[in-house]
Design a protein around this ligand. Sequence first.
Ligand code: COA
Ligand code: MG
Length: 289
Amino acid sequence: MNATTDYLPRRSVLYLPASNARAIEKARGLAADVVILDLEDAVAPDAKDQAREAAVAAVAEGGFAAREVAIRANGLDTEWGARDLEAIAGSTADAALVPKIGTPDDISRYNAALANAHPGMQLWAMIETCRAVGNLDALAAMAATTRLSLWVLGLNDLAKEMRAQATPDRAVFQPILSLAVCAARANDVTVIDGVCNEFRDLEVFRAEAEQGALFGFDGKSLIHPAQVEVCNRVFSPSDDEVAWARAVIAAFASPENAGKGAIQVEGKMAELLHLEQARRTLAMAQHKD
Ligand code: COA
Ligand code: MG
């Protein structure tokens, strides 16, 4: 596996309530890279059993093409969690997304609940509790020994628990966003930014998505189809970035720069690390819509 050039797009990660058949059907035709069929917060208590059945049936039926499809379970500390995990483990979903984890032991418990799942099933975890924020490195390190491969930040729950006020610049979350990205990167875990609750005003959404891209996230979680296209664009390299990447690759390949570690490209310094970044940019650009 080459972390620079093997790029799996996870730019747009769309949630929908698994109890909403119309939304499931719609998701099959949207350009989201990942679909999350939610059994947790988006589903009312009375609809939990029906949503679980609908989610498992939807992944069995397919129609999602290249998209990864995850099912988000209720926590194992709720009355639905054990049945959710059992159903997901028996399904063909790509991943089980689990909520409100706090410690490495939580990851172990969820991993054990997936013991009989198909070999490719991944464990994805929400980072949305204060305890998880305090344990970021230890949690990400669990990826080495479990199915854990991806985090989704849950900033609505985190704000509630912190008793913090979410502002448009997300000032209170910024240190957490950076630390989450670093812990994830250090352990080869994909890391997805939280949702923007504002789904009618796409300029508000775009600003928040651009902030997430600046912070280094792989993609953003979404709540509405209107957010998908903007999100894919924000998390794909721009034409200027692609042109720069091509220039860096060409410059390093030219005979006069053979064997050099640092060169000049269009008046700027480029080192071998920039060559690696350039290769990744081109790999990402292949998925541009
Ligand atoms: N995924 C797929 N399709 C969706 C969707 C989603 N997340 N959200 C809305 N749609 C569909 C609707 O079913 C509707 O389809 P139709 O035109 O075939 O009837 C269309 O998109 C337009 O929906 P709209 O009327 O603009 O939105 P709404 O008022 O019906 O719903 C929400 C607004 C926020 C309730 C809805 O978008 C939603 O449930 N989002 C996901 C919430 C969620 O999963 N939260 C958990 C994680 S935070
Ligand atoms: Mg949550």
